[in-house]
Design a protein around this ligand. Structure first.
Ligand code: OOB
Length: 557
C-alpha cells in the first residue's frame, strides 16, 4: 500500500508522489493556476466578453476588465490582511461580483469556501467556525432575506471572522465596492497580487467545495489548481466548448456542476462567455436564451422537465441552444427522451460529484446511450471499480458500489481524518456511495445509492443532519428521516417521528417550523412528517431505514 502524502498547508491527504508524477507526465496536470489562467486569457483576447450579468440592468465584463478588477480587489483584500491559505466563505447568488471575488482570492491564494445561496445561519456558522474563516462575503438582501443580520450574528460568535464584505448596502459591515485598490498601493510582502511571493503553486489548494453530505455536518472538499483545471479542459473537449460558447449559468454558480462541468470556469478557460441567469424558471431563462444567443446550459432533472414542458409553447426563439447538460440526480429515461425534440438541441447526461469523478455521455453517442446511461468518465486515468458488499469486483453489467480514483478525485476531505478512514480505501479509492453498473461500452448507469442521503432533484440532504435538529425538539423522543419517491423531484424527504411519552399531540407543521427556525437551508426542511409509535428494526436492533422507506412508499400508493 502506498502511504498517503500530505502537502503542508493542504490539511488533507493528497496524491502520493508516484501518482502526481504520472498525472503530470500524462499531461493532465499542466502546471497552471486559476489566477494565471485568467491573466493569460486577458492578454490573448482582452476585449472579448467573459461575463454578462443581465439584471437589474445589463452589465458586462471583458476578459481584461475581469482580470483588472480581480487584481484591484486582490490588492484590497491583501491590504486588509487576507493572505495565502486564508479561508473566505463566499455566499453570493449569481451576480457578477461573485466572479470578481473568486478570482481576487485565487490571485492571492486565499481559499473560497463555496456556500450555496440556500444556506442559512446553521450552515454558515459552521463553515465559518470550522474553516476558521477570516472573511464572509454576502449580498445585502437576496430573495427577501437580509444576509447582513445573519452575518452580524455569525461574526459575533466566530473569533476568526474579521471581515464581512457586502455587495450592495453594507449596513454595519464593509461595502465590497470600497475594498478594491491600486495594486501598487499595497506594500510588498503583504500579498501584492502581482508579486511572485503570494502566488499559489499549481499543486496547492484553490478552494474548498462542499460535499453533498451523509453525516451530521457537510464535509469540505479540497481541490487544487492542477486537478480542477484538468476537469475543466477535459470537460471542454468532451462538450465541444470553445470561444463561441455562450453558457447560461442557471444553477447556483457556487455548485460544482455549473462551475466545472464544464461550467462557467470551463467556458472562461476556453475564452467563451457566461451569462448569469437570475432565476431558473423558463419565464426568466427563455428570454435570456433568445436575447443572449445562449448555446449551452446545465440543468438538474426537475428543471429539465419544466423546460421540456414549457419550450414547445414558448414564444421565445431558443434555436441558438445547441447543448443542454442534465445531471445532479437520476434523470428518467422517459424525460430524457423528450428533451431534445422539445428544446431542439442535444442532450448530454452528467453524473458527477464535487469530490471529483465526472461522467458524460458523448456527443457521438447514439440516442439510446444518451437517454439510458449516465456516461463515461472524463479521463482515461479515472479508475473505476464496481464491487459487491464484500468489496469484490463484479462483472460488467452487474450492479455494485462505485469506487473511484484518478487525476481529479480527492484523496481525502479537509481536516476530517476519522471520516477519511471510512470514505476512502487504503489505496486511495473514494467510496462514492452510488450503486452503478457498467455497460459493454463502458458507460455507467446509476441504479441507486447505498449512502444515507436524500437527493431532492440534485439538492443533497444528509438525513443525520436533519435528524439531529429534530431531536432537539422537546417533544421528540426519536426521529428517522428517509427519502420517498416523488414524480417531480425524484425524491423528497419524510421524517418519521416518535413523540416522548406524555407529549401533547403535535402537527407535522410544528416539526417543519421547528427545523426552519433553526436557520437551515429550506430544502432540508422535511417535506413530509409522520408520527409513529416505533421504528422497524434490523436484525441487530438498528433502525431499518430500508423498511421505513418501503412503508412510506406503500402508503403513498
Ligand atoms: C453533483 O455533485 P454533488 O457533489 O452535489 O453530488 C454527487 C452525487 C453523486 O454521488 C450521485 O449520488 C448524485 O449526486 N448524482 C447523480 C447524477 N449526478 C450526480 N445521480 C444520478 N444520476 C446523475 N446524473 O451532483 C454533480 C457534480 C458535477 C457534475 C454534475 C453533478
Amino acid at each position: 500500500m502506498t502511504p498517503l502524502a500530505t502537502t503542508p498547508g493542504v490539511d488533507a491527504p493528497t496524491w502520493p508522489d508516484g501518482f502526481a508524477e504520472r498525472y503530470r507526465k500524462a499531461g493532465y496536470w499542466r502546471g497552471e493556476t486559476f489566477g494565471g489562467m485568467l491573466r493569460e486569457r486577458a492578454a490573448a483576447h482582452p476585449d472579448r466578453i467573459a461575463l454578462v450579468d443581465p439584471a437589474p440592468e445589463r452589465r458586462t465584463w471583458t476578459y481584461r476588465e475581469l482580470d483588472e478588477r480581480a487584481d484591484r480587489l486582490a490588492a484590497g483584500f491583501a491590504a486588509r490582511g487576507i493572505a495565502k491559505g486564508d479561508r473566505v466563505v463566499l455566499h453570493l447568488p449569481n451576480v457578477g461580483e461573485f466572479f470578481e471575488v473568486v478570482f481576487a482570492l485565487f490571485r492571492i491564494g486565499a481559499l473560497p469556501v463555496y456556500a450555496l445561496p440556500a444556506h442559512r445561519e446553521t450552515e454558515i456558522g459552521y463553515f465559518c467556525s470550522f474553516t476558521e474563516a477570516v472573511a464572509y462575503v454576502i449580498p445585502d438582501k437576496h430573495a427577501g432575506f437580509d444576509h447582513r443580520v445573519l452575518a452580524s450574528r455569525v461574526k459575533e460568535r466566530t473569533p476568526s471572522l474579521r471581515h464581512v464584505f457586502v455587495v450592495g448596502d453594507p449596513g454595519e459591515h464593509t461595502a465590497l465596492a470600497e475594498v478594491a485598490c491600486d495594486p501598487s498601493e499595497v506594500p510588498s510582502g503583504e500579498g501584492d497580487p502581482s508579486g511572485a511571493l503570494s502566488c499559489p503553486e499549481p499543486h496547492e489548494l484553490a478552494f474548498l467545495q462542499l460535499s453533498g453530505g451523509t453525516t451530521g455536518v457537510p464535509k469540505l472538499i479540497p481541490r487544487t489548481h492542477d486537478d480542477y483545471l484538468y476537469s475543466l479542459w477535459g470537460s471542454n473537449e468532451i462538450c465541444g466548448v470553445d470561444a463561441d460558447t455562450r453558457f447560461l449559468v442557471v444553477l447556483p454558480a457556487a455548485h460544482n456542476f455549473p462551475m466545472s462541468s464544464p461550467g462557467w470556469l470551463g467556458v472562461l478557460y476556453a475564452g467563451g462567455t457566461s451569462v448569469l441567469c437570475p432565476g431558473p424558471d423558463p419565464a426568466t431563462a427563455f428570454p435570456l436564451v433568445e436575447r443572449e444567443r445562449i448555446t449551452m446550459t446545465g440543468l438538474v432533472p426537475p428543471l429539465a422537465l419544466v423546460w421540456t414542458e414549457a419550450a414547445p409553447g414558448s414564444e421565445h426563439d431558443l434555436s441558438s441552444l445547441k447543448l443542454v447538460l442534465v445531471g445532479g440526480a437520476k434523470y428518467s429515461e422517459e424525460a430524457a427522451r423528450r428533451l431534445s425534440p422539445a428544446l431542439g438541441c442535444r442532450l448530454m447526461q452528467v453524473f458527477g460529484m464535487a469530490e471529483g469523478l465526472v461522467n458524460y455521455t458523448r456527443l457521438d453517442d447514439d440516442e439510446e446511450t444518451v437517454v439510458t446511461t449516465q456516461g463515461l468518465p472524463i479521463s482515461p486515468d479515472d479508475e473505476i471499480r464496481i464491487v459487491d458488499d464484500a468489496g469484490l469486483d463484479v462483472p460488467d453489467g452487474e450492479f455494485g458500489h462505485l469506487l473511484t480514483r484518478g487525476p481529479y478525485t480527492i484523496r481525502g476531505y479537509w481536516r476530517a481524518p476519522e471520516h477519511n478512514a471510512t470514505a476512502f480505501t487504503e489505496d486511495g479509492f473514494y467510496l462514492t456511495g452510488d450503486i452503478v453498473r457498467r455497460t459493454a461500452s463502458g458507460h455507467l448507469v446509476v441504479e441507486g445509492r447505498a449512502k444515507d442521503q436524500i437527493n431532492r432533484g440534485g439538492e443533497k440532504v444528509a438525513p443525520e443532519e436533519v435528524e439531529n435538529i429534530i431531536l432537539a425538539h422537546p417533544s421528540v423522543h426519536d426521529v428517522s428521516v428517509v427519502a420517498v419517491a416523488d414524480a417531480y423531484l425524484g425524491e423528497r424527504s419524510l421524517a418519521f417521528v416518535i413523540l416522548r411519552e406524555g407529549a401533547g399531540p403535535l402537527k407535522p407543521v410544528a416539526i417543519k417550523r421547528f427545523v426552519r427556525e433553526r436557520g437551515v437551508a429550506a430544502y432540508k426542511v422535511p417535506d413530509l412528517v409522520e408520527f409513529v409509535d416505533a421504528f422497524p428494526q434490523t436484525g441487530i436492533g438498528k433502525v431499518s431505514k430500508k423498511q421505513l422507506r418501503s412503508t412510506a412508499v406503500a402508503e403513498q400508493h
